[in-house]
Write a new protein. Structure first.
Length: 290
């Protein structure tokens, strides 16, 4: 059933490339004159960076049991409440988590690893857009996925995901490579338990596969370029996808299974426009005739 206040969620691991998808949506929102409420999943972490450091120092055994991926380290009750309230009324509360690249907020006095205050979402928005770790999460207590009208998973090949995270966190966030590797290893259990199962619930998955050697992701190396990768796109409901049209529009694309389209990495932006643009317009049309 269509809803007056639809929710789009992009879910994936930290460093997976969800930001690339968000930027594509931002361009579409601007072109289609869509007023979206933008929500960052990191805002629902339960602890500040200093809180976690104190907890790990006092109880080192918690390092592998309390990662940002885990339900215990996140305010999933508030995330589900936001999705529920927005879907019903177009309202809710949100905040921001401060990263090292958030220069304006840092200049305003916020510290990296902390949060802004909770505040109401802007009024009069057309939809809610979420980018984060838990947009498709289902646990015994919470079912985030059921509130989402369009759920997109971003899941690079595992070694590529690690390379991207190491590059981002060392280059943009000031961590040492050793610290990033420790974080990757410490989160592995929660990755398997909380992140990977979401990709079976998505409407569309974007899976980047490099065609260069990434056998040792912990060796310092450049991220494979768009031209050095393919994007495997899986559709849950492929009966509604016009594959012949997509194959004609996206040069050098091909199909591997009835629900799977493969496109050159350099044509990902075009593919997202052709695939996600019509879905966005459909959500808006259903909203306007709700």
């Amino acid at each position: 059933m269509s809803r007056e206040y639809p929710i789009i969620a992009v879910t994936g691991s930290s460093g997976a490339g969800t930001t690339t998808v968000r930027r594509s949506f931002e361009r579409m929102f601007q072109r289609e004159d869509v007023h979206a409420a933008m929500v960052d999943g990191d805002a629902f972490h339960r602890y500040t960076r200093d809180d976690l450091h104190r907890m790990y120092s006092a109880e080192p055994e918690r390092y592998e049991k309390l990662s940002h991926f885990s339900p215990e380290a996140n305010l999933l009750d508030r995330l589900e409440a936001l999705f529920m309230e927005y879907g019903e009324h177009g309202s809710g509360e949100y905040r921001h988590y401060i990263h090292a690249e958030d220069k304006q907020k840092i200049e305003a006095g916020y510290r990296v690893g902390t949060f802004t205050e909770w505040r109401p979402l802007p009024s009069g928005t057309d939809l809610l857009f979420y980018e984060g770790l838990h947009g498709g999460l289902v646990t015994e207590e919470y079912d985030i996925a059921r509130h989402v009208d369009l759920l997109i998973g971003v899941a690079p090949a595992m070694n590529l995901e690690w390379i991207q995270k190491i590059d981002r966190d060392t280059r943009m966030r000031g961590y040492s490579q050793e610290a990033v590797v420790d974080t990757i290893l410490g989160r592995m259990g929660d990755y398997v338990r909380c992140i990977q199962p979401q990709f079976t619930r998505t409407h569309i998955n974007l899976h980047r596969v490099p065609v260069v050697d990434t056998s040792n992701p912990f060796e310092v190396q450049d991220i494979p370029t768009d031209g050095e990768s393919f994007i495997v796109i899986r559709f849950r409901d492929h009966s509604r996808v016009d594959f012949p049209w997509l194959l004609a529009m996206i040069k050098d694309s091909f199909m591997t299974r009835p629900h799977t389209l493969v496109v050159p990495g350099a044509r990902l932006a075009l593919a997202m426009e052709l695939i996600l643009g019509p879905l966005l317009r459909q959500l808006l049309a259903e909203r306007r005739f709700y």
